[in-house]
Ligand binder design. Structure first.
Ligand code: SF4
Ligand code: SF4
Ligand code: SF4
Ligand code: FES
Length: 946
């Protein structure tokens, strides 16, 4: 194995379709117009020395190392800033150029520490490399003059250092922060010799606006900005390309290793979802994978109040199978079930649902998508015919109007958020519908044209009011609707939305958004060119989540914003593989590929493939499993890689259900909150320890590659095989690629997918089959998957969760950049430096009414429960609305969320809870009791034999 190196072409790729032909060093080459001479030379294999140029940012032309000669032109222009032109003849190596380059390099080196042998970047430093390339052999100026060698290091960032003594002021970092990340945290301060890079207002990195994405570190050609892991471990010596295990963006990384130790994660330039960018989680927060709290031995206990007992894998698997068989013998076939994980690979998810359907003999399988994007599946399938977003991420480059509703891309999907900001800086217009003033509304060089600060729970009224404007003001794309829409449903829908009660004026009292803003936003979306809608859990996690998805789908169809680049309906999916877990048949009513279990021909095909009769009746959803457990009919659960006790709503209900079961099997990296109610704990494997695939929010299937052996012996997929075998249903696979082959053979939209194809192509967006052998970046181009687009009536039905005298405020929840979901991974990394606790955001007026000061402990109470946390007073939230994140288990925000859920899918209504806030003296008694219970439940007795 060796380190995979990517070519740095010096300047970005030109997208021009017009080709230009020139001669470089005697060879003719044709490249797109707008390409730099440097890039053209690199593409033909001629490397021009460079320092300030790198292909992730626009050329700057400051170092003067890349000089060239052009026949018939005076001087020696910089090749990075000089575009190609037809017929020019370029020389990149002449005695004059060599001499000039040496002189430039000499100046750089005379002000650089000569500690190459002990420098952390030794062997991985462009300055060192380029000194060799230009043939520098001596420095005539000596090293005694004024220099920067004693400049102080900034070590405040937990993941990288800034050592100004090594800085060559090339500004690659500054440009990366601006152009790639869009944070504008860095500047070059001072002039001439005193120039230096500074973060924020000359602050330490940690205190500045820096969001620790690492783009500057990656861009830096020297060891000035350097990963601390490289300083500690040394430079990596081999690498594999794999996929981030955090969010649904699905960034591709090079996992760079030394032996079996992960040195760093470097964003992969050829990654189709991230194009070489990353966020703080994927890039730096991988320490959880080797965290000391990982449980590496299986454990069992008879009662959940007993301490855990470490056992062998054989004993744990045997006990699991015997308990499940005992329960089914006593309570019936349907008394057990399984929960698949959206963190695990497609292959692992497929196996768990197969184990439940074929091994357990029922359809009691569900997944965490139940609590996030199940309305997306329902809503888009009903309107368009397929349960997924319509575009690839690249599509945003062609958008003219971006409408973000119920999503916070810069925190939740940061790499795509940066991409979106880049497009906005280039001129696209922006509409944000969110109760909170998210960063996108106003950030450096980005301003939303419209911020619609709607009351939580009123999405349907808002989107239908926008549709009212579109229809009544004649902004419909009639040609599109006539050709692509179902005209009957369109007529009904158009009549419905035209009713006066749906006008922005009439719905203002419901949404709280001034009518003129709604009208302006609707006109902009309908007439501003390519309109793209991006939405998140702020749309789906409502009692009308599915209705809002359909309202969005209607709006996009009515305005012709479907079926080409720059438009579409795009759910920003939460977990890395939530799309995949849904595709793989994790729902109780659907086989892989979203085919209903009652479809005879599909069921018969799986019966033949899996060799057992299958249940034609849909199984239980997670909430129904918990209800049945409380009722005494559901007794055993296999939970792979999910923490329902923390992530699902109405914690008391969840834990009561879990506590009522006779055998809960948790398979995870850590003793999570659900494990407090488990009888068997099976160690999980991290994404670094297995082969497989993840599918991101763009339906992009990408490889996950094993870079280290499973720390607890088995990868998750192997554990499922062991359980199945012990239950008497043997599944025979020796590698995850064979599981994918079975998926491809039985699921039409995956027909062309295989590990070989993925290795060849890098990634594939499903559907991939004979009709689309290279996959499908954009859906519904010539027609909707269901035929004609179905317009659905979207009556607004307010949630039953209403404010009143007891609970006068509305709580809504969300995520922040540095933490991830329930925090099981990120809390075990230095990311907690940015977010040590969940805080309650409250408007100054509401805080004053209650005598709450910034930082005070407050009690947050709903009809479901209460918790305490500290207040953060801010006008990001409107009066009457409070907001918190849910990353820390001791906050347990879900203790107070209710059991209301989406009418179609049971997706919980996390985003609307009526609450009251009152000053308190600290954590509530419940939280202290919870800590104590967790403590008892985590006690482990070592394996008897050891
Ligand atoms: S880490 Fe990212 S946000 Fe921070 S300074 Fe570097 S590029 Fe900017
Ligand atoms: S920190 Fe690195 S990238 Fe930034 S100016 Fe200095 S040498 Fe260039
Ligand atoms: S944006 Fe998402 S996929 Fe990309 S690095 Fe961050 S967490 Fe990972
Ligand atoms: S690389 Fe062209 S001027 Fe620096």
């Amino acid at each position: 194995m060796s380190l995979v190196h990517e070519t740095d072409y010096g300047t970005p790729l030109s997208k021009s379709e017009k080709m230009v032909t020139l001669t470089i060093d005697g060879e003719r080459i044709s490249v797109p117009e707008g390409t730099s001479i440097m890039r053209a030379a690199m593409e033909m294999g001629n490397q021009i020395p460079k320092l300030c140029a790198t292909d992730s940012v626009e050329a700057f032309g400051s170092c003067r190392l890349c000089l060239i000669e052009i026949e018939g032109r005076n001087g020696t222009p910089a090749s990075c800033t000089t575009p190609v032109a037809d017929g020019i003849v370029v020389k990149t190596q002449t005695p004059r150029l060599k001499q000039l380059r040496k002189g430039v390099m000499e100046l750089y080196i005379s002000d650089h520490p000569l500690d190459c042998l002990t420098c952390s970047a030794n062997g991985d430093c462009e300055l060192q490399e380029q000194a060799g390339v230009v043939g520098l052999r001596e420095v005539r100026y000596g090293y005694e003059g004024e220099n920067h060698l004693v400049s102080k290091k900034d070590e405040s960032n937990p993941y990288f250092t800034y050592d100004p003594s090594k800085c060559i002021v090339c500004s690659r970092c500054v440009r990366a922060c601006e152009e790639v990340q869009g944070t504008f945290a860095l500047t070059i301060s001072g002039r001439g010799f005193d120039s230096r890079v500074s973060a924020g207002m000359n602050e330490p990195f940690l205190q500045s606006e820096c969001v620790s994405c690492g783009a500057c570190v990656q861009a830096c050609p020297t060891a000035t900005l350097q990963e601390k892991s490289v300083i500690e471990i040394g430079t990596p010596e081999h690498s594999k390309v794999t996929t981030c295990a955090y969010c649904g963006v699905g960034c591709t990384f090079k996992a760079e290793m030394r032996g079996d130790e992960l040195v760093r994660m470097v964003p992969w330039k050829d990654g189709k979802a991230n194009h070489g960018h990353s966020c703080v989680k994927g890039r730096f927060a991988y320490g959880y994978a080797t965290h000391r709290e990982r449980i590496l031995k299986p454990m069992i206990r008879a009662k959940i109040t007993d301490p855990w007992r470490e056992v062998s894998w054989e004993e744990a698997i045997e006990y699991t199978a015997s308990e499940f068989k005992r329960i089914q013998g006593k309570y019936g076939r349907s008394s057990i079930g399984g929960i698949t994980s959206s963190r695990c690979t497609n292959e692992e998810t497929y196996l768990v649902q197969k184990l439940v359907r074929a091994g357990f003999g029922n359809n009691n399988v569900d997944t965490c998508a139940r609590v996030c994007h199940s309305p997306t599946g329902y809503g888009l399938k009903t309107t368009y015919g397929t349960s997924a977003g319509t575009q690839d991420f690249d599509s945003v480059d062609d958008s003219d109007v971006i409408f973000v509703i119920g999503a916070n891309p810069t925190d939740g999907h940061p790499v795509f958020g940066s991409r979106m900001k880049k497009r906005l800086r280039a001129g696209a217009r922006l509409i944000v519908a969110d109760p909170r003033r998210i960063d996108l509304v106003k950030s450096p060089h980005v301003r939303a044209d419209y911020h619609l600060p709607l009351k939580p729970g009123t999405n349907v009224a808002l989107v239908t009011a926008m549709a009212h404007v579109v229809v009544t003001e004649g902004l419909i794309d009639e040609a599109f609707v006539r050709e692509r829409g179902d005209l009957e449903t369109f007529q009904d829908w158009a009549g419905f939305v035209s009713e006066e009660r749906h006008s922005p004026e009439a719905t203002e009292a419901i949404t709280g958004v001034p009518a003129n803003l709604v009208r302006g936003a609707a006109r902009l979306y309908a007439t501003g060119g390519n309109g793209a809608i991006y939405y998140g859990l702020g749309v789906t996690e409502h009692s009308q989540g599915s209705t809002t998805v359909m309202a969005i789908a209607n709006l996009a169809m009515a305005t012709g914003n479907i079926g080409r680049p720059g438009v579409g309906v795009n759910p920003l999916r939460g977990q890395n593989n939530v799309q995949g877990s849904c595709d793989m048949g994790s729902f109780p009513h659907e086989y892989p590929g979203y085919r209903h279990v009652s479809e005879d021909n599909v069921r018969e095909m799986f019966e033949q493939l899996w060799g057992v009769p299958l249940d034609p009746e849909p199984g239980l959803r997670i909430p129904n499993m918990l209800d049945a457990a409380v009722d005494g009919t559901f007794k055993g659960l296999y939970v792979q890689g999910e923490d329902i006790a923390q992530s699902d709503p109405d914690t008391y209900h969840v834990t009561s259900g879990l506590a009522a079961m006779e055998c809960v099997v948790v398979q995870d990296l850590f003793l999570n909150e659900t494990a407090n109610y488990a009888h068997i704990f099976l160690p999980g494997s991290s994404f670094l320890e297995k082969d497989g695939t993840f599918t991101n929010a763009e339906r992009r299937i990408q490889r996950v590659r094993k870079v280290m052996a499973p720390k607890a012996v088995y990868a998750d997929w192997e554990v499922t095989l062991l359980i199945a075998k012990a239950m008497g249903y043997e599944m025979d696979y020796s590698h995850p690629s064979e599981i994918m082959d079975e998926i491809a053979g039985s699921t039409p939209s995956f027909a062309g997918v295989s590990f070989d194809a993925l290795d060849r192509k890098g990634s594939i967006q499903w559907p991939c089959n004979d009709d689309a052998p290279d996959g499908t970046p954009i859906m519904h181009i010539d027609g909707f998957v269901r035929g004609k687009g179905n317009f659905v009536i979207t009556e607004y039905v307010g949630t039953d969760e209403k404010v009143g005298p007891r609970f006068p405020l509305l709580l809504t929840t969300g995520r922040i950049l540095s933490q991830y979901n329930v925090g099981a991974q990120t809390r075990r990394t230095e990311n907690s430096r940015w977010h040590e606790e969940d805080r309650l955001e409250i408007h100054p007026v509401d805080a004053e009414d209650r005598g709450v000061r910034d930082g005070d402990w407050v009690t947050l109470r709903s009809r479901a429960g209460e918790t305490s946390l500290r207040a953060l007073i801010t006008d990001r939230v409107a009066p009457g609305v409070v907001y918190t994140t849910f990353h820390h288990p001791n906050t347990q925000a879900n203790v107070i969320t209710t059991d209301f859920s989406d009418w179609a899918t049971n997706c919980p209504e996390y985003k609307v809870t009526a609450v009251q806030v009152a000053p308190s003296n600290g954590p509530s008694a419940w939280q202290e009791g919870y800590e104590e219970h967790s403590e008892i439940s985590r006690r482990i007795l070592p394996q008897a034999a050891e």
